[in-house]
Design a protein around this ligand. Structure first.
Ligand SMILES: [Cu+2]
Length: 413
């Protein structure tokens, strides 16, 4: 006999109660009054989302065609079967026919399905080949999957040089059930991908940690993002609007929290968007290689604020006050304590805190730490240069005395 511990019994009970609650929700009908998500799925939607690219149209038509073929086969097979059972029933005195090893029948039931499969495969192959044709794109965007957000880099075409991280913007209170959920629950982000209408957009996918997949149903686009590999796909949207998708490769605990949102703009609107978002020529490019000499505190603070907003603020809040299990960063032991510990914690994570070393580059981490250690009443005066982070990555404890900036040494005492 298996003897279960008290804790195990408790969790089984909880699971059973959870299951009961879920099924009663299903039985009681709609639990929340949620409407159609604009650009995303509709309530009680049974078919595909309305297609807005040529590929999505083809997929939609292929799907309809295949279902019709299946329906015809279904009706034919069951029609013959039920007719035979009824018309040739035993009570009428019919005797079963015997045609074992009939060559005619065997040829027929091989050739007919083969012809049907070939008829289905021909148009499908044409579409698959069209999906793979990423040549002559007007704009190329690299999409990087992270646990759990998307990175977009405009690598070629109008908007070249723009790069940002796209993070879920659904408030924590909706996730935890404290406030009612909106129609775009878990389908909204802080920075959507922005592309022009009627232009061929090539998407290059890759990932920085585990396998993700970039999926927008209305575009008919779904492409795996695999660490160490580069894959590509394309789309050309016919209609201005916002379209919603999601990561569709199970990628860890927050897999459901990394939606894809694409804003499709008219040419003029897109040009205006590029103008306000493209890094201006001559401005300080905080990309590491382009910068000569150590960064100033102001540069790091400015960049660090952005890094913090798109990566850390979800848990620690924009004002650094923290929430729930996420500690406040204001006057905290880590943030005002030894810099080495702070760098290592950000790089390698601890408990609920992810290891940012896998997601952010040295400059991002150095900037974020500089920002955190000099904001909201934290006045360490520390200026963390990217090479300190580079050193810490290599297992080297940040050697504060040898760092370029002497103000680093202050926090060591
Ligand atoms: Cu993912």
């Amino acid at each position: 006999m298996v003897i279960l511990g008290k804790e195990a019994m408790k969790s089984i009970k909880r699971a059973l109660l959870g299951g009961l609650a879920a099924s009663s929700l299903l039985l009681s009908g709609v639990a929340h009054a949620v409407g159609d998500s604009p650009g995303g799925p509709a309530v009680n939607e049974l078919n595909f989302q309305p297609p807005v690219t040529s590929i999505a149209h083809e997929l939609y038509d292929l799907h309809t065609l295949m279902l019709l073929i299946c329906l015809v086969i279904f009706i034919a097979v069951f029609g013959v079967m039920f007719y035979s059972i009824f018309a040739h029933r035993k009570s009428k005195g019919y005797k079963a026919a015997h045609f074992h090893e009939s060559t005619t029948v065997e040829i027929l039931w091989t050739v007919v399905p083969l012809v049907i499969v070939v008829l289905m495969a021909l148009p499908a192959t044409r579409t698959v080949i069209a999906m793979k044709d990423t040549s002559n794109a007007d704009l190329t965007v690299k999409v990087t999957g992270y646990q759990w957000k998307w990175g977009y880099d405009y690598v070629k075409g109008p908007g070249e040089g723009i790069s940002f991280i796209s993070t879920l913007s659904t408030p924590r209170s909706e996730v935890e059930g404290q406030t009612p959920i909106s129609d775009t629950y878990l389908q909204e982000v802080d920075h959507p991908l922005v592309v022009p209408v009627n232009k061929k957009i090539r998407i290059i996918t890759t990932a920085a940690d585990v396998v993700h997949s970039w999926y927008v149903p209305a575009f008919g686009v779904k492409q795996d993002a695999i660490p160490g590999f580069v894959r590509d796909t394309w789309f050309k949207v016919e209609k201005v609007g916002t379209y919603r998708g999601f990561c569709t490769e199970l990628c860890g605990k927050d897999h459901a929290f990394m939606p894809v949102v694409v804003n499709v703009l008219s040419d003029d609107d897109y040009a205006a968007w590029v103008k306000t978002n493209q890094p201006a020529a001559g401005a300080v490019a905080l990309t590491g290689a382009a910068h000569s000499g150590p960064y100033t505190q102001a540069e790091l603070m400015e960049h660090g604020e952005k890094v913090f907003a798109s990566n850390c603020a979800a848990c620690h809040q924009v004002n650094g006050q923290g929430a729930g299990p996420f500690p406040s960063l204001v006057n905290s032991k880590v943030v005002t304590g030894p810099l080495a510990d702070n760098v290592n914690l950000v790089l390698h994570g601890k408990g609920l805190m992810p290891a940012w070393g896998g997601t952010l580059n040295d400059l991002d981490i150095a900037s974020a730490i500089t920002f955190i250690r000099n904001s909201w009443g934290n006045h360490t005066g520390d200026v963390v240069q990217p090479d300190v982070v580079t050193g810490a990555r290599g297992g080297k404890q940040p050697d504060l005395k040898s760092a370029a900036d002497t103000s680093l040494a202050k926090s060591a005492t």
